[in-house]
Write a protein that binds this ligand. Sequence first.
Ligand code: GDP
Ligand code: MG
Length: 334
Amino acid sequence: MNFQTLQKVEKSQFYLDVAIRKGKKEAQKIRESIKGDRLKKTVIIESERIKAVGRVLHGELSSIVRNFPKVDELDDFYKELVKCTIDYNKLKKSFGAVNWADQQSERLGRIYYGKIRASKDVKAVYTHKNSYYGRVSSTVNQIKDELEFLESARKILKRFPSIKTGLTTIVIAGFPNVGKTTLLRSITGSEPEIAPYPFTTQGLMIGYANINGKKVQFIDTPGLLDRPLEKRNRIELQSMLALKYLADAIIFVIDPTETCGYDVDEQLQLLEDVRKNFKIKVTIAINKHDISEKQQITYIKEKTEKHEITEISAEKGIGLKELLEKIGQNGFLA
Ligand SMILES: Nc1nc2c(ncn2[C@@H]2O[C@H](COP(=O)(O)OP(=O)(O)O)[C@@H](O)[C@H]2O)c(=O)[nH]1
Ligand SMILES: [Mg+2]
């Protein structure tokens, strides 16, 4: 899903100005081409002006609602992100308000078009035109706050990551400096793309690899799955857990040497948190095989008896094939 191209939602006065300018142009065009007495000409000019104004307003207001993504139709992953970053009720109410203003201005257009057409003198024509302008302006200005809210929502959506939700996706988790990014690079053989993510400054790192002829997406999540979950507020947690709608499996990277700066017990605690919260396949990669000691590995193995473990060195490219094979055993890489 790509939210970058979403069109800006302008202030109410902007739409009125555009519409009124268009009305003026239309009126000028007609004035040059029609003949008849003053009343007849004025009636035609002003009724066509109103029509043009209404057309523009309808075009602008309806396209705001049409172009915005329908939250209900989004993938669960994006739906979840919307829920934790945007006031969903307010969003729905704002769309309702824009629809209301759209219908209301159409109604006013019809009413005043009729009044102008039926006018018996020039002065009445202008009175009706001015009333129309007054009422339509007040209608559009009434949704001023809603338009501003939609624009702020658009700016948030713009910062959503563009992620291919249809691809098989493996999320890489673990404390900082355990070797997640190194692993992503060596699996995918390229520099990761960076995609923004709510509540993190570093962004998701995304890479792709071909496994058994199938394109698989790998996502490294700095700032997300790299510290105890209990330390996060509810909203942060929710935005992080949105990843479960995306991920088919998690590779949890452990640094047995503790050179990352976190001891193994802390890392195992996070592993348990992740397993409990995500409820998808979690496979363990014990990294830095090139510098680790045997008893460090044994300790982890004892503590994680029932888990699937692969010893790797992300940097030296050791054990990666075996790791990917184990992920593939789940069936989704077949
Ligand atoms: N010796 C050794 N160092 C590694 C290995 N993998 C990563 N590192 C080092 O660990 C540090 C942190 O790696 P990085 O991938 O940035 O960790 P991240 O914070 O989890 O993404 C870097 O200095 C890497 O060079 C490995 O297999 N062996
Ligand atoms: Mg990293």
